[in-house]
Design a protein around this ligand. Structure first.
Ligand code: F6P
Length: 342
């Protein structure tokens, strides 16, 4: 078989580890050939490809980003998009696709499968918000980066007796905020899953100052105050209809400073959380998912996504992964709340 590989949506550490595992096992165990499609769905849409063999995947295991490039292109928003993909696959002699992506990329993969394209999906996102898999690779790396930032912020916040608000990514799921906040010993953690009362947050902050410690407040970019509109920098939508989140940290710091009388500053971690080398956990997870993906393709088990359930790598219908966003259950949030304000 000749198999196309693409990476779509926001990049994350571990993408190259998947590509490497797919190609290494695909060539060595099954004798398949590969084509790398560039920049997500833009690649097959516009026929943009590059060679992808053993030589091209040497040395990429620890590298962040993706050697194939990525984009948020939605072929269903482009005239004759599906037809063009089918024609380009045929023109390059490609029998099947392995699509590595999140909600949006796999949503496209699901629809293409229904329209007769042979597809296998591999879940990735730092947000960890995909259904049917316990973890996505990229998440552990992002959490570790955010945790290290929080560790560093503790010492400077304490030296200056100020509140530091740390805004983390995660879109509409609070997984990064919850895990980084718990691991970093945040004073308060605010998630999109539950609107927060800014008065209560100010109370936690004051209590922390009374204990002679400076508070670190971790806020997810999608968190919202009780009676407020979501705070957005930008109202523009991307090709999948998502708004660009961000700005809640700054708003919150201003509120906390006004309410507590103590200086409050904001740190927006942003794309630092997506960059650089993957953790060991993410390298192993990405590698195992890649190995299962090429097995699924070899067996012609199309329309499946490979997933981590407990410690096993399994296959699930692609549609299951994108049916519902996996958000933080409130019981998990309650575990973190025990530490707020103390
Ligand atoms: O989905 C991953 C993610 O990093 C989100 O956490 C964030 O909201 C979004 O992508 C940012 O996307 P972009 O890099 O396109 O601005």
């Amino acid at each position: 078989m000749r198999i196309g590989v693409l990476t779509g949506g926001g990049d994350c550490p571990g993408l190259n580890a998947v590509i490497r595992a797919v190609v290494r096992k695909g060539v060595a165990s099954y004798g398949h050939e590969f084509v790398g499609f560039k920049d997500g769905w833009k690649g097959p849409l516009e026929g943009l490809s590059r060679p992808l063999g053993i030589a091209e995947v040497r040395g990429i295991l620890p590298r962040g980003g993706t050697i194939l490039g990525s984009s948020r292109t939605n072929p269903f928003k482009i005239e004759n998009g599906v037809q063009r993909i089918k024609e380009n696959l045929a023109a390059q002699g490609v029998d099947a696709l392995i699509a590595i992506g999140g909600e949006d990329t796999l949503g496209v993969a699901t629809k293409l499968h229904e329209l007769g394209v042979n597809v296998i999906g591999v879940p990735k996102t730092i947000d960890n918000d995909l259904g049917a898999t316990d973890y996505t690779f990229g998440f552990d790396t992002a959490v570790n980066i955010a945790m290290e930032a929080i560790d560093r912020l503790h010492t400077t916040a304490e030296s200056h007796h100020r509140t530091l608000v740390v805004e983390v990514m995660g879109r509409h799921a609070g997984w990064i905020a919850l895990h980084a906040g718990l691991a970093g010993g945040a004073n308060v953690i605010l998630l999109p899953e539950r609107q927060f009362d800014v008065e209560q947050v100010a109370g936690y902050v004051e209590k922390r100052f009374q204990h002679q410690y400076a508070p670190i407040v971790v806020v997810a970019e999608g968190a919202q105050p009780l009676d407020g509109q979501m705070v957005l920098h930008n109202q523009e939508l991307d090709a999948f209809g998502h708004v660009r989140l961000g700005g809640i940290g700054q708003w919150l710091a201003e509120q906390l400073e006004a309410k507590t009388g103590k200086e409050a500053r904001t740190v927006v971690l942003g794309h630092i959380q997506r960059g650089g080398t993957p953790t060991a956990f993410d390298r192993v997870l990405a590698t195992r998912l890649g190995l299962q993906a090429i097995d699924a393709a070899h067996e012609g088990d199309w329309g499946k996504m490979v997933a981590m359930q407990s410690t096993d790598i399994v296959r699930v219908p692609l549609a299951d992964a994108t049916a519902e966003l996996k958000t933080v259950p409130l019981e998990r949030y309650a575990e973190a709340e025990v530490f707020f304000g103390s």
